[in-house]
Design a protein around this ligand. Structure first.
Ligand code: 5GP
Length: 200
């Protein structure tokens, strides 16, 4: 069993998922983010290889055909996927690897890797979500509305997650994220080896 945890975080776009994880990363060094591939165009300020690997549809389809993606999905007309190798390498090194992915991809991970820890992050309300998406100023009103409708749909389908974090207060949300990771690291199966060593 790999020492690190595979942690899937999902939740409405605008819930502050990456902000929560970045904050948790500022006080612990055993967490890393998986960088996804996407066919979406970069937003102003986004960097290739940092925020995403920005690729075209042809390359995306090659990656799917070559089984290079751990999961993939279409979200509001763009394709997104998680490169498999990076995740497997980091897990085997003992890192806790975070996938920030939407719910269809999360459901694929949940089925294929039942040990994955499923965390749903939500804003305190839909009104707050609308405010955050509008405040970002990077999308048209129609795109924002599509994201809100998708968010409402995702919340209805989120039954298979293990934890919910309400991102009302960033420090508290990051602490909760860190506590979840700690709890998962204390799981019996992860620590069974110590019991075996006592018997020697
Ligand atoms: P955005 O376009 O706002 O960066 O992301 C849109 C949605 O796609 C977010 O909910 C984000 O979590 C999700 N997403 C990002 N990367 C991946 C991925 O590799 N796979 C899946 N299934 N969803 C992703």
């Amino acid at each position: 069993m790999s020492k690190g945890n595979l942690i899937v975080i999902s939740g409405p776009s605008g819930a502050g998922k990456s902000t929560v994880v970045n904050k948790a990363m500022s006080f612990r060094d055993d967490i890393c983010f998986s960088t996804s591939v996407t066919t979406r165009a970069p937003r102003p300020g986004e960097k290739d290889g940092v925020d995403y690997f920005f690729i075209d549809q042809k390359r995306f389809e090659e990656m799917v055909a070559g089984n290079e993606l751990l999961e993939h999905a279409v979200y509001v007309s763009n394709s997104y996927g998680t490169p498999r190798k990076f995740v497997e390498d980091r897990l085997s090194e003992g890192m806790n690897v975070i996938l920030d992915i939407e719910i269809q991809g999360a459901s694929q991970v949940h089925k294929n890797k039942p040990e994955a820890v499923m965390v749903f992050i939500v804003p305190p309300s839909i009104d707050e979500l609308r405010k955050r998406l509008t405040g970002r100023g990077t999308e048209t009103e129609a795109a924002i509305e599509a994201r809100i409708q998708r968010a409402i749909q995702e919340c209805r389908e989120a039954d298979f997650y293990d934890y919910i974090i309400i991102n009302d207060d960033l420090d508290k949300a990051a602490e909760e994220m860190s506590s979840i990771i700690n709890a998962e690291l204390c799981r019996f199966d992860k620590r069974r080896d110590i019991l075996n060593s006592f018997g020697k």
